[in-house]
Structures are given as C-alpha cells and as structure tokens.
Design a protein around this ligand. Structure first.
Ligand SMILES: Nc1ncnc2c1ncn2[C@@H]1O[C@H](COP(=O)(O)OP(=O)(O)OP(=O)(O)O)[C@@H](O)[C@H]1O
Length: 684
C-alpha cells in the first residue's frame, strides 16, 4: 500500500496527483455539460400529459445531476493488468464526455463490482485499486493497493472514513463498502434478505445502499412500484434521510411504522400488558372474525329493478352469491384476496347481473350502464346494507372495543376472558373521532383497513431495527410489500420490545417471507475494539448463542469508566473536555432524567439540548433518552448512570447494550458503583 499525503509546497509536485486532479477537472466539466444538455431538453410531448411527464423526467434528471460541492464526482479507480491496462474511475453516478465515452462509472454498474470485491487472492482482473482522499472538494491524496503483487486489505482510508468527525446526518459509505457488505448490497431484487448484524456492522448503511443499487439496476420496474424504507422513529429517519439523496436517489419513501399506520390520531398510551396483547398476531384473527362476522345470511328474495322492469332473485341464489364471495376472501396473499369493501360491490353487481341474465333470457338486451344502475338501485343497496353492511376501519375497531358482546363473539376460542377485559373500553368515547387511540390501536385500525381494501404495495421494502416489530406491525409492513422483496435489518441482541424473539423465524413469517435467508455481518466498523469487547460481555446474558462482532480497529483510551457519587460535577467536566474536540457528542441517560441533565449542562454553559422524536436535527451536544439511542451514533458518548437505564424497563440490559455501542471514538461511563455484574470488572 502506498498512501500519499497532501503534497507539501516545497516538494516536487506528485505527477500521479496532478494527473488525477486533471481527470477530476475534466469530470466536473463533463458533469456541467450534462446538466446544460438536460436543461436544454424541451418538454414538448405529443399532448399535455406527455409534456408534463417529460417535464417531470427532466426535473428528476436535473435533480440527479445537481452538483453537491462537497461530493466529488469520483472516489476510486481500478486498473486492469495486461499490456494495455484499462482504467475506470468509479463515482456516485455516470459521467460521460461529449462523445458519450465514460469519464466516471457509476458505483452500481457491473463494471464497478471488482472495485469492491477484488482481493489479492481473487483479483478479478484488477491489478491496482486506488482510493482518493478529498478535503473541501480538493483531491488531496490517494492510496494504492497492488492486487497483482499481493498487497491488499482495507487501509488507512477505511479507518479515516470511519473516524472522520460526525456532524449532522449519516453519510454514505460508497467509497469503502466492504466485500461482505457488497454481497448484500448487490443481491438480486428477487431475493429477500435478513441481515443479522451486531452494532455498527453497517446494517443501516448496507440497507440504504441496497435500495440505491436496486433502483439503479431495476429502475423501470421499481420506478412504478416504488421502494420503501421503514425505520423505528423520526429521530432515526432524520439521521438517515440524506444518504439516499446523496446517492442520487430522491424518490424513496422513508417512514416509521407509526406513520405508515397513522390512520387515526394517537393520543393515548396503553398499559404494557394491553400493548403486548394488541401487538399479538391473534388480534389479526379477532379483527377478521369481527368484520366478516358482520355478514348475514340472506333471508328473502330480492326484486331488482332493471331497465323499467323488476326481476326476482331468489334467496337460494343470494345465499350462493354470498358464500362464493366469502370463500374468495380467505387466504394469505393480500394482492389476491377479495377484500371486504370490494366484496360488497361485487355482491351488488352479482344481483344486477342476475337480473340482466333474466332479461336477456326473455329477449331483452340491457346495456352495461343499465346494469350498473341496477347495482346502485335502492333495492340492491338495502339488501347489501342488510347482508354485507359497509364498514370503516376505525369504526370496526371502536365497535370491537366498546361492545363486549361483539368482542366476545369475535374472540371466542382466541382470547381468554382476562385478555378480552384488557381490550374492552369501560367508558366508550362519545364518537370514533374522539377516541384516545394508542399506537397499538393504530396498527389494529390499519389491519382493519387492510381487510376492507387492498393496501398499496411497494416493489421493495427495507425494514430497519426489525427485531423490535410486533407481529401486528410485521403484518402492516407485509401488506405494503405487494409481490416485492424485503431487506430486513436488525440485531437480536438489541431487541428491546416485549415481542422480541430469540431467533428471526417469527419476524420473517410475520413479514410474509418465512424462507428469507439470514445473513450475518460480524465486522464492527463503528465501535473501537476496546468499547465493543466491553459491551459484548453482556451478550451471553442478552443473546446467548449470537456471535459477537469483531471491531475492525482498536483505539487505546477509547473506553473510560468512572465511578461517581454525584452526576453533576463529573458529567459537566467530561462533556466540557469532549466538547473541546470536533465531532458530535451524545449524553445518554434514562428517559426520565433527560430534562434534569439538559439543565445541568446548560447551567454549566454547554450548548446541550434534548434529542426529541420530532425529526429535528440533534444539537452538537445531544442529551439522548436511552430509548431513542437505537440506530444513532456519536463521535463521543457519555453514559450517565447505566444502572438507571437498566432498571427503567424489562429488557433494560438489552437497552444498555444498545447505548454502550453508539460511540465512534470515545465512550465514557459514569456509574455509581452499581454496574451490572458482567460489566463490573472494569478493564485497566
Ligand atoms: N464499509 C464501511 N466504510 C466506512 N464506514 C462504514 C462502513 N460500514 C459501516 N460504516 C460506518 O459504521 C457506522 C455504523 O454503520 P450502521 O449505522 O450502518 O451500522 P448498524 O449495523 O446499522 O448499527 P446499529 O445496529 O448499531 O444501529 C456508520 O458510521 C457507517 O458509516
């Protein structure tokens, strides 16, 4: 490896650097030419709709080409061996010259793959791999690996990339994706994947790069069906939201489960036992039975008016129509099922169709419009209201919770009396609108909506922190999957919800893809070895059998553990010291003392603010409630009073494991001599 530092003024100019800078300048020129050309394309289509589409396509292209001054057009290069070596510069998007020849190759193109995959043992035609360093848009250095002479392996660039101080949201890792990560990023669209990865192994990064890769490789198909990224909360989405746009992908939906299922305003909070029950998969059965139990057996013939005459549809035929429709409502595939609302319309059409056949048999020839009118006639509507009443999702759930008899019917043999009592509203709200819905209720309302009508499905869904999803939340995600595939990301050791399982089987089944292969990621990029090894001591207790990650780098002095008697003095001291260095700082504590900790730090003149779940960017010194720390990272983390974090919830040790694995460079633990047993023996 031959890392080259920025050239000093008194050294002769490095010819390699000079040549690469010239290529950079050329790439930038070509990029602006491409932008000019894209602007010049006129929007005149054959009609207004086509013109609008052309305009949208152009806007899209311009957005994709928009220059971000901080983002250089390439970050790497491969040179083939042989007498006439071929050279490719690899960047975030294709850049072409006037003649259409490539100046930079998109990192997702098949030609770029060896850049990520080639090793000395398997050089894949690459003799030399070069990575570039930039500062403020200037090309300042490069690092070469000679694969033809056996010199490879992640060098200083990977380390520098990881350790670059954090400010603001998550960055892409496109310049340094590692081979095991690349395998997942480039897996075929048809393959659903579950990534079980220890903290900081790059799951989130890999999932987002996979979305970008799939959009590039299957643009046409996915542009129609769309890609959805699901994250645990808004603070997390805010953290990751810039990664895909930086990779040139601006049209990916990013949402929390709460937002996906936000059909009713959430104003209430469930008792823990009630929340657990409402997330249980048996609730799907209860709701299905509640809704389909509304359907009554037809009791009488119906007279259907059609084109000026009335036709009798006998009760036996009516029963058959209803039974046939009900049968088509069974099954697991949301895209194939007959949904309740469509069933009601179909029933009306069956009656109208019956009358039409009768008229035709008598020599008439009613039109389609007349038949549709018959289906909308008061007689047919009255029959449907009686037999197949129209329902709305929130109304159904409200009725179920308010009406003990309805609940008992729907839950018979599924929920016991105690469980039914947990669901029952002792004082029902005056109206459905004024109900104090909880988060778990919203998921149930979404389930009910999914019974009534088909849910819009995406072509690919990436679900992060999936280990925490309740079975009912899994179903909510699965409904949005259509026929597409899934990327499931998570870590069983970081599972903090009451539904957390010891393996992935239940979650993958709930997500509708039980055969998904689980792929491990075990190389930890975020957390230095000293910190990771310390946190990993919790693994035998919180996730027995799960392999521990190995950190790719060590950082002596990165772990500091201090006993304290009072938090205030040591905390302000440590944060003041850390704030003197660049980078982000997270002060993590039990949720109920966040206000107190913010007050303490601001009183000491430190610019600290609480991290809240409204999507606002965190302050440079963010005071993070332990329950919001998941998925986030900071250059330095201070954990205040870990025992309080453990004590705050049933899976408190799992939470502590999450908290201890958020630091990129420094972890300081301030404890009152009450560390969990596994952590009590402090490394020297
Ligand atoms: N190949 C890589 N090159 C550079 N940085 C990387 C690489 N892989 C991961 N990282 C960095 O490591 C950190 C952790 O990545 P990420 O958040 O994706 O991990 P994770 O597995 O989702 O972690 P957690 O489970 O703790 O949330 C990020 O800062 C990411 O940019």
């Amino acid at each position: 490896m031959s890392p080259v530092a920025p050239s000093e003024t008194d050294l002769p100019p490095d010819p390699v650097l000079a040549a690469e800078r010239a290529h950079l300048a050329r790439a930038l020129d070509c990029l602006s030419e491409m932008r000019v050309a894209a602007t010049a394309v006129t929007d005149a289509g054959v009609d207004a709709w086509a013109s609008e589409r052309l305009g949208a396509a152009r806007a899209e292209r311009l957005r994709a080409l928009a220059a971000d001054p901080g983002v250089p057009p390439f970050f790497g290069r491969t040179d083939s061996g042989g007498p006439v070596p071929e050279t490719f510069h690899i960047g975030r998007r294709h850049v072409r010259d006037d003649a259409g020849d490539p100046v930079v190759i998109d990192w997702r193109a098949p030609m770029s793959r060896p850049f990520y995959q080639a090793t000395a043992a398997d050089p894949q035609g690459v003799a030399r791999r070069r990575r570039f360093g930039f500062a403020d848009g200037e090309l300042t250095g490069y690092e070469d690996e000679r694969l033809d002479t056996g010199d490879d392996g992640p060098g200083e660039f990977l380390r520098a990339e990881i350790e670059r101080p954090r400010s603001g949201p998550m960055r892409d890792i496109v310049a340094t994706i590692q081979p095991d990560q690349d395998d997942i990023v480039r897996a075929p669209l048809s393959e659903s994947i579950c990534v079980q990865g220890a903290p900081g192994t790059g799951k989130t990064a890999v999932g987002l790069h996979r979305a970008a890769y799939l959009l590039y490789t299957h643009g046409g198909q996915l542009a129609r069906t769309g890609v959805l990224v699901v994250g645990p909360n808004r603070a997390f989405l805010r953290y990751i939201e810039q990664v895909l746009p930086t990779l040139g992908e601006v049209d990916v939906a990013q949402s929390t489960v709460a937002d996906l299922t936000g059909r009713v305003p959430v104003r209430g909070v469930d008792e823990p036992a009630t929340a657990v029950l409402k997330g249980d998969v048996r609730m799907a059965d209860v709701l299905r039975r509640a809704l389909w139990g509304e359907i009554r057996k037809p009791a009488d013939d119906v007279m259907v008016p059609l084109a000026g005459r009335r036709y009798r549809v006998p009760v036996e035929r009516l029963k058959r129509y209803v039974d046939d429709l009900r049968r088509r409502a069974r099954g697991d595939d949301d895209q194939q099922l007959l949904h309740y609302a469509a069933g009601r319309e179909r029933l009306a059409m069956l009656l109208a169709g019956d009358a039409r056949r009768q008229k035709e048999a008598a020599g008439g020839s009613p039109t389609d419009a007349e038949t549709r009118r018959a289906a909308r006639s008061p007689e047919v509507r009255a029959f449907c209201d009686e037999v197949w009443p129209s329902r709305d999702a929130a109304g159904l759930v409200a009725a179920l919770f308010a009406d003990a008899a309805l609940l008992a019917r729907a839950a018979r043999g599924v929920l016991d009396d105690g469980e039914q009592a947990l669901l029952h509203w002792a004082t029902p709200p005056r109206s459905v609108r004024s109900a104090r819905w909880t988060e778990a209720d919203a998921v149930l309302v979404d389930e009910a909506a999914g019974l009534l009508e088909r849910t819009q499905g995406f072509g690919h869904v990436v679900v992060d922190e999936a280990q925490d999803l309740s079975p009912m939340q899994c179903r909510a995600v699965a409904r949005r999957l259509a026929a597409g595939s899934l990327t499931v990301l998570g870590d069983l050791a970081q599972a903090t919800s009451p539904w957390s399982a010891a393996d992935w089987g239940q979650t993958l089944a709930g997500l509708g893809r039980p055969d998904t292969v689980v792929r491990p990621l075990t190389r930890g990029y975020r957390v230095p070895a000293e910190v990771l090894d310390y946190a990993n001591r919790l693994l035998p207790v919180i996730a027995p059998g799960l392999p521990a990650a190995t950190a790719v780098r060590g950082e002596p002095g990165s772990l500091r553990i201090h006993p304290i008697t009072d938090l205030a003095g040591p905390l302000t001291g440590v944060v003041t010291e850390l704030a003197a260095e660049p980078g982000s700082i997270g002060v993590v504590c039990a949720d109920d003392v966040v206000g107190e900790v913010v007050a303490l730090l601001t009183a000491a003149g430190l610019p600290a603010a609480a991290l809240v779940d409204d999507g606002e960017p965190p302050a440079r010194i963010a005071v993070v409630p332990a329950t919001l720390a998941k998925g986030l990272e900071f250059d330095a983390v201070v954990v205040g009073d870990p025992a309080a974090i453990v004590a705050a919830e049933p899976r408190g040790l799992h939470r502590l494991y999450v908290v201890l694995t958020r630091a990129v460079s420094t972890l300081v633990v301030l404890h009152r001599d009450d560390l969990p047993a596994q952590l009590a023996d402090v490394p020297g």
